[in-house]
Design a protein around this ligand. Structure first.
Ligand SMILES: Cc1cc2nc3c(=O)[nH]c(=O)nc-3n(C[C@H](O)[C@H](O)[C@H](O)COP(=O)(O)OP(=O)(O)OC[C@H]3O[C@@H](n4cnc5c(N)ncnc54)[C@H](O)[C@@H]3O)c2cc1C
Ligand code: SF4
Length: 328
């Protein structure tokens, strides 16, 4: 581990001031960052502890919820308003990590956790463009079972590891930010990047920009929402494929649908093509299957992960079928 200094921010303004130093990093629960520092993948020289800036969970004037970036994953998942109004979020969070890690992990840190690509963590000889730009990508011709099938590039085929983020993508959440340039908000779908030629850059955040909160819109249809995660074992495993969905069926037709996939791309994948095909259509197993196939049509599997295409297709159909109830 490289040497670093540590300061605990007393308020948001102080966190932004301390975080403006080059090579500074904000410290949430440390459940990802500290591992990255131990492996020398991350080498911040200043750690700014932001766990004192929780912010809590509050109703917004527009009928949604504002979740402070320092709220732990456990508190987030257990909150009654989350469980009843946005169950997809509670299910996604509880599908991740372990109870002990969720007790430490914060909302801000969850959003900015880094990929679990093995080569990214292996500083002992593996080539990785995300860790060392220009060095190459050992996953492309290597062990790529967990890697991306959508939106990848010749530079990087990593997936985004967060479960929570898949649910936030489906819900059209908004990220609240504060940096040296002031405050701004960002649609959640725009926070994470596809890798392109610069996989070392995960998000569109400016250096030193602090996530202060995540806002959930008022979305009555989200009361009928769920998250399903397919993985190699039932705990301590990242998604091979996951599906977050909101479905509102009125008189047999789909009045509203929001669908996002995890484990398939460098960012949570909002399934806009499938949504467009389904909105206003009769809710049937065949319609769900057609939409899932259309969403996966551009998939480009790697040598070890071709199974993700039928797996994602089947999981979409199963999740939408579950939300719709018994469909033909
Ligand atoms: C064994 C294990 C299994 C796991 N399994 C899963 C899983 O199945 N699903 C899943 O989704 N996750 C899983 N995780 C990941 C876990 O959810 C993340 O490590 C956690 O959410 C990160 O939160 P944190 O507060 O500890 O972040 P930290 O480790 O403190 O920080 C992570 C990143 O976020 C930045 N950051 C933190 N707060 C802010 C802020 N407010 N503003 C700007 N930047 C900030 C940090 O600088 C750092 O870059 C697992 C982790 C472990 C160790
Ligand atoms: S897939 Fe991305 S993170 Fe993994 S080795 Fe290749 S460049 Fe690195």
């Amino acid at each position: 581990m490289n040497p670093f200094d540590y300061a605990r921010a007393g308020d948001v303004a102080e966190a932004v001031r301390l975080g403006a130093v080059p090579a500074a990093a904000f410290l949430g629960g440390g459940t990802n960052l500290v591992d990255l520092m131990r492996e020398t993948v991350a080498r911040p020289s200043h750690l700014v502890d932001v766990t004192g800036l929780s912010g809590g969970i509050e109703d917004t004037a527009s009928g949604g919820l504002l979740i402070g970036a320092g709220v732990t994953n456990t508190v987030f998942a257990e909150h009654i308003a989350i469980r009843t109004r946005y169950p997809v979020l509670a299910r996604a969070i509880l599908a991740g990590a372990s109870a002990q890690i969720r007790n430490m992990a914060t909302v801000g840190g969850n959003l900015l956790q880094r990929t679990r690509c093995t080569y990214f963590y292996d500083t002992d000889g593996s080539r990785c463009n995300k860790r060392a730009p220009g060095s190459g990508c050992d996953a492309i011709d290597g062990f790529n079972r967990g890697h991306a099938i959508l939106g990848a590039s010749a530079a990087c085929v990593a997936t985004h590891p967060s479960d929570l983020c898949v649910a936030l993508a489906a819900l059209d959440a908004v990220v609240h930010l504060r940096g040296a340039g002031g405050v701004r908000t960002l649609p959640f779908a725009e926070l994470h990047r596809l890798p392109g030629d610069h996989p070392e850059i995960d998000t569109v955040l400016q250096p030193g920009e602090l996530i202060t909160a995540v806002e959930l819109p008022a979305l009555p249809s989200a009361a009928r929402s769920t998250y399903r995660k397919v993985r190699d074992r039932s705990s301590y495993a990242f998604a091979l494929v996951s599906v977050a969905a909101v479905l509102d069926v009125k008189d047999g037709r789909i009045a509203d649908i929001r669908l996002a996939l995890g484990g398939v791309a460098h960012k949570p994948w909002r399934a806009t093509r499938a949504e467009a095909l389904l909105r206003g259509r009769p809710a049937s197993a065949q319609a769900f299957r057609d939409a899932a196939i259309a969403e996966l049509a551009d998939a480009k599997p790697l040598s070890n992960n071709g199974f993700k295409v039928p797996l994602a297709t089947r999981t979409i159909v199963a999740v939408l079928g579950e939300l719709a109830g018994a469909v033909a």
